[in-house]
Design a protein around this ligand. Structure first.
Ligand code: GTP
Ligand code: MG
Length: 250
């Protein structure tokens, strides 16, 4: 039987709020306005996932699906130095792929099954999970089709999280963020509301007990604030963190 592992975020406060970090066998959503640290959290966890368990890691490899071209190996190397691991080794343990459209995004996910079957992987990052669906399915006329394909993608990701004992970390910009050009996006919020299984939306019931949603926002100065939303095993609470050269920290 597979054992659930928690992967640290790099911030002790945030880890504490998450009861130790993000859990394997679950889909986790990290959302919030631009520059609040979604991509930095993804980079940080891509290194931490490789670390020994006593350091908050899962001794695993990482798959990284990048839809916005914001992955930076240099950042991985800087974060690796913070944790005292070999920077080149840290990069080698990350299977990176850039998705250009939603079809590719889904194909990349399917294609990872063979790698995941080796049981060496513990973290799958999708940054951002929504952006290509927004550009491939423009306007309200295509909303139901978009929800359908996105629903398929999320079901597959859920399945893989469970089958391969992975933390799936999905970043996306808040659909209702007024500082972003993206208009209020009822399709996205409706679908994501269904991911935690308690608020089925659009006919999709993605029942999954461990799903955690983290809403990030900017705080004072360098400070950032993470709010845990709709988690089955954590009360709704906030934690602060900062972004450093070594990644997410307290
Ligand atoms: P979008 O993808 O645009 O929605 O934003 P995001 O939430 O992914 O933001 P991201 O994780 O890219 O965070 C950007 C912030 O991280 C900026 O405020 C940068 O100043 C900060 N940042 C990035 N790299 C470094 C670094 O090497 N050192 C420090 N101290 N901060 C950094
Ligand atoms: Mg980003």
């Amino acid at each position: 039987r597979k054992r659930c592992i928690r992967i640290s975020t790099g911030s002790k406060q945030l880890d504490a709020a998450l009861n130790g970090g993000f859990q394997t066998m679950s889909l986790n959503e990290v959302y919030g306005e631009f520059r609040c640290g979604k991509t930095q959290l993804a980079h940080t966890m891509a290194v931490i996932a490789q670390l020994p368990k006593e350091m908050g890691g899962a001794e695993g490899k990482v798959a990284y699906i990048d839809t916005e071209g914001t992955f930076r190996p240099e950042r991985i190397m800087e974060i690796a130095e913070r944790f005292g691991v070999d920077p080149d080794q840290a990069c080698e343990n990350i299977a990176y792929a850039r998705a250009q459209n939603t079809e590719m995004q889904a194909e990349l996910l399917d294609g990872l099954a063979a790698s995941f079957a080796t049981n060496e992987y513990r973290l799958l990052i999708i940054d951002s999970v929504m952006s290509l669906y927004r550009t491939d399915y423009v306007g309200r006329g295509e909303l139901s089709e978009r929800q359908q394909v996105l629903g398929q993608f999320l079901r597959r990701a859920t399945q893989m999280a469970e089958e391969f004992n992975l933390v799936v970390l999905m970043a996306h910009t808040s659909p209702n963020d007024s500082t972003n050009q993206v208009m209020s996006d009822p399709g996205a919020s409706a679908l994501f509301a269904g991911v935690d299984g308690r608020k089925p939306a659009g006919g999709h019931i993605l029942a999954h007990a461990s799903t955690t949603r983290l809403l990030l926002r900017k705080g004072r100065g360098e400070e950032r604030v993470a709010k845990i939303v709709d988690s089955p095993d954590c009360p709704e609470r906030e934690a602060t963190y900062i972004i450093t050269t070594g990644g997410i920290n307290d």
